[in-house]
Design a protein around this ligand. Structure first.
Ligand SMILES: *[C@@H]1O[C@H](CO)[C@@H](O)[C@H](O)[C@H]1NC(C)=O
Ligand SMILES: *[C@@H]1O[C@H](CO)[C@@H](O)[C@H](O)[C@H]1NC(C)=O
Ligand SMILES: *[C@@H]1O[C@H](CO)[C@@H](O)[C@H](O)[C@H]1NC(C)=O
Ligand SMILES: *[C@@H]1O[C@H](CO)[C@@H](O)[C@H](O)[C@H]1NC(C)=O
Ligand SMILES: *[C@@H]1O[C@H](CO)[C@@H](O)[C@H](O)[C@H]1NC(C)=O
Ligand SMILES: *[C@@H]1O[C@H](CO)[C@@H](O)[C@H](O)[C@H]1NC(C)=O
Length: 280
């Protein structure tokens, strides 16, 4: 009797086919679970908003794909949320920790609202985040330490909130950070010398806080620094000699801080309430 065994090649072919089939299923399941995660995160963000006077969340409903919801932009190919822009909508509420699940997010812009509560630590999961803008809200709590894990961050604009506590020294690891803007908050403690490692920094804005101590000499290593504002704090000592080496520095505002010593020639000293500083 002759047995009809499948040939060697048939077996190899079947195995290769199975391998690809299983992987394709896995990839598809993964992509759709990523989308479900994004949708759930957005619904939780909506839930965190107590009042929405302009009714922008009305479009956040089941009959529209979430990529078409007001304020949402998705990547064209993968259909995952890349930006969340809900500025100037008079939103009152807090930021849901679920925001940390929007793993493709590059831009958060929630400026000019009335958001309260703390910035959730979960934002530290947003490893693609480049701009985090919450200027002009009522957020409190501290700068989340986990924010230092967002290694792509270029702009942190938390101006005009009630953020308290110290500037974490770990922020010095954000080598792509260009704008650090915390004017009008309740920050305390000293400026950490590690911020001298922020080699891309162009704007350091921290007027109207409760910072103390000296300006660290290490800040003089910031060769791209353009604007440095620390008016209306309790900062004392001298302007570090290393500041005379920063040729890009054009604006320094330190009124109301107890600084002494001369200023670099290229630097203009401004009143912190002037419109020039007001930009930051
Ligand atoms: C869903 O949002 C769209 C766009 O704003 C709107 O036209 C539609 O009426 C909404 N559907 C429901 C059930 O609210
Ligand atoms: C998303 O985030 C929340 C809160 O941070 C968490 O409880 C939840 O398990 C996360 N994952 C998914 C897939 O929604
Ligand atoms: C915030 O509101 C002020 C005053 O209405 C306006 O000048 C500014 O452009 C707004 N900024 C943003 C980012 O919406
Ligand atoms: C802050 O936002 C409110 C709207 O929520 C606006 O009326 C106000 O002018 C803004 N202030 C600044 C300084 O942008
Ligand atoms: C950053 O700066 C601090 C203090 O100036 C220094 O001790 C540290 O080694 C530097 N490097 C990194 C990667 O933080
Ligand atoms: C200014 O830069 C020069 C050249 O890099 C350096 O030798 C000098 O020590 C710096 N001065 C200060 C005060 O940091």
């Amino acid at each position: 009797m002759k047995l009809h065994l499948p040939s060697f090649y048939t077996l190899v072919f079947a195995q290769v086919f199975l391998f690809f089939f299983i992987n394709l299923q896995w990839l598809q399941a993964n992509a759709s679970s990523g989308k479900a995660t994004d949708q759930l995160a957005l619904l939780k963000i909506k839930q965190g908003m107590i009042s929405d006077p302009h009714g922008i969340f009305r479009s956040w409903n089941d009959s529209l794909h979430f990529c078409n919801w007001t304020g949402i932009t998705c990547g064209r190919r993968h259909q995952r949320v890349t930006s969340l822009v809900l500025e100037g909508q008079n939103l009152f509420g807090s930021i849901s920790p679920y925001i940390g699940n929007l793993s493709f997010l590059m831009l958060i812009n929630l400026q000019n609202n009335s958001l309260t509560g703390e910035i959730p630590q979960e934002v530290g999961n947003l490893f693609r985040l480049q701009e985090f803008l919450v200027n002009n809200n009522s957020l409190h709590g501290t700068i989340p330490l986990k924010l230092t894990e967002c290694s792509q961050l270029k702009t942190i604009d938390f101006r005009r909130n009630n953020i308290a506590g110290k500037i974490p020294a770990e922020l010095g690891s954000l080598t792509k950070l260009e704008i650090f803007a915390f004017r009008n908050n309740n920050l305390t403690g000293e400026i950490p010398p590690s911020l001298g490692n922020l080699s891309s920094l162009t704007v350091f804005s921290a007027s109207f806080n409760d910072l103390e101590g000296n300006i660290p000499n290490e800040m003089g290593r910031l060769t791209n620094l353009n604007i440095f504002t620390i008016a209306a704090n309790r900062i004392s000592g001298i302007i570090p000699p290393s500041f005379f080496n920063i040729t890009s520095l054009t604006l320094l505002s330190a009124l109301g801080s107890q600084l002494s010593g001369s200023l670099p020639d290229n630097v203009g000293l401004v009143d912190p309430t002037s419109s020039k500083e007001h930009r930051f």
